[in-house]
Ligand binder design. Structure first.
Ligand SMILES: *Cc1c(COP(=O)(O)O)cnc(C)c1O
Length: 399
């Protein structure tokens, strides 16, 4: 089948819950992907930051092939010889005390919600059924029913009720509103350090310091969803490091496997994960030896190959380049590390047509929230590749 046939077949047989750019990819290596016609693109989305390490990283691939020939799945009915190493390495790299492995990001979020509710009843003493969790407007935490119950995006939420109760929504970045939402039944706050899907929204300086203080004072568990911001994307292992705070519970996923396999984890610095006893939570695939081996390699190359430092320096360099573009249609350029966004003026008529123009020039990026182009290349991007990318973006957006 050629690209047109493949697209037609997808349209005919698949559910239309996505509207991808019409580029059919067949191969990836490092920052590059190739389509079925052999055209090369620089990937500035990195599968929503799941391939921070670059496409098909050889060391992660090697770990996957090796482990897949030995043992892939035991279920948690038995132990496997990869899980302990995975725990040890994740805990060391993120400064955590306890780890609970899951698969998709949404499952990690669900796990955290279950754990903090139980913690609220058993440890904090919240009356049964009254637990509240504070979340932020314009959040993105995944697609399960409980998660979309507290989404403020009509596309994500409408038509899927009845909804899971127990969530209180406050504006992102507003510490006073956060303080006002806390009551004696508040068990947790669930927040993204930077709102990615909302268009790379960075909260005002001092916001998280205040949120951290409020959580500590009021015995509220602070859960940071670092599924997109974590593992080097912002130029630090975890984005919380930019704020000088530590979450009680940290959620990671996406790049935890370098894009090879769904692997997520709930990391805890508190007593929260301790409330889960045998039989109260689980997953057939969570913590399987293949996932553990892949995740171990994915974490190892992040640090061994200096990807996090590169994200910091190349992120700054990329942003400088973007800011230097002379354009009538650019409203804002923002970002941290290699998590960046260019917001266009509404008169530009939406970001999607510009993403198509960039695609024609060999750069893949994704529009988000109508007017924003999100840019998040693999963390291995070089200076020359940033120069080239900025040049293409200038050609499309510049005057
Ligand atoms: C992608 C993402 C999720 C959901 O992860 P899935 O693996 O798609 O379930 C949750 N939170 C954030 C911040 C994300 O970016």
């Amino acid at each position: 089948m050629n690209a047109t046939n493949l697209i037609d077949t997808e349209q005919r047989l698949g559910a239309h819950n996505y509207k991808p750019l019409d580029v059919v990819l067949t191969r990836g290596e490092g920052v590059y992907v190739w389509d079925t016609d052999g055209k090369r693109y620089l990937d500035c989305l990195s599968a929503y930051s799941a391939v921070n390490q670059g496409h098909c990283h050889p060391k992660i691939r090697e770990a996957m092939i090796e482990q897949s020939a030995r043992l892939t799945l035991t279920s948690r009915a038995f132990r496997n010889d990869q899980l302990a190493h995975f725990y040890e390495e994740v805990a060391a790299l993120t400064g955590s005390h306890k780890v609970l492995p899951m698969n998709s990001g949404a499952e990690a979020v669900e796990t955290a919600i279950k754990a903090v509710r139980k913690w609220g009843y058993e440890v904090k003493g919240v009356p049964e059924g009254k637990a509240e969790i504070i979340v932020c407007a314009d959040n993105f935490h995944g697609r399960t029913l409980s998660i979309i119950s507290f989404s403020t995006d009509p596309d994500a939420r409408a038509g899927f009720g009845p909804y899971t109760p127990g969530f209180r929504i406050v504006p992102f970045g507003d510490a006073d509103a956060f303080a006002a939402a806390i009551n004696e039944n508040t068990v947790a706050a669930l927040i993204e350090p930077i709102q990615g899907e909302a268009g790379v929204i960075i909260p005002p300086a001092g916001y998280f310091t205040r949120v951290r203080e409020l959580c500590t004072t009021n015995k509220v568990t602070l859960i940071l969803d670092e599924i997109q911001t974590g593992l080097g994307r912002t130029g630090k292992m975890l984005a919380e490091e930019h704020e000088g705070i530590e979450a009680d519970v940290t959620l990671i996923g996406k790049a935890l496997s370098g894009g090879f396999y769904p692997v997520s984890a709930v990391l805890s610095n508190s007593e929260v994960l301790g409330v889960l006893k045998p039989g109260q939570h689980g997953s057939t695939f969570g913590g399987n030896p293949l996932a553990c081996a892949v995740a171990r390699a994915a974490l190892r190359v992040l640090t061994e190959e200096g990807m996090i430092e590169n994200a910091a320096t190349m992120g700054e360099y990329f942003m400088d380049g973007l800011r230097s573009i002379r354009s009538n249609i650019v409203k804002d350029v923002r970002g941290r590390g290699l998590m960046m966004a260019v917001e266009l003026e509404p008169e530009a008529g939406g970001a999607r047509s510009y993403c198509y123009a960039l695609k024609d020039l060999g750069l893949l990026a994704k529009d988000t929230h109508e007017h924003t182009i999100r840019l998040a290349p693999p963390l291995i991007i070089t200076r020359a590749q940033v120069d080239w990318s900025v040049e293409q973006i200038a050609r499309v957006l510049g005057t």
